[in-house]
Write a protein that binds this ligand. Sequence first.
Ligand code: AMP
Ligand code: ZN
Length: 114
Amino acid sequence: MIAPMCLFCRILEGQVPATTVAETPLSLAFRDIDAKAPTHVLVIPRRHVPDLGELAEYPDELADVVALAARVADDEGLDHGYRMVANTGAGAGQTVFHAHLHLLGGRELTWPPG
Ligand code: AMP
Ligand code: ZN
């Protein structure tokens, strides 16, 4: 039996709709379906790995995800500040086990996040 693809792999394949905001040959940025801030974009590698730490095995792809998030922050005018978040593991709120960065901005972001 062929294992079903994860949700973000299905978005990458165009099988699940998403609002793309930017892309590179290695990464895709699209709006989170349940936005927690005026700008809430998910930036994912095209490669399926379960979390951002695992993506460190592929340094060019890790750098591409971070650079694309920074570019989207610039495009969205988040000059007052923004946050890149990588929830890792169920205990930290990770629900989709395909590496991703949350890019959050457009409102005051408190610290610590809770
Ligand atoms: P995490 O909880 O860190 O794994 O983040 C997963 C994120 O994916 C959550 O913020 C969800 O709101 C978001 N999400 C789930 N399904 C979709 C979808 N179909 N399109 C866009 N974002 C999604
Ligand atoms: Zn995947």
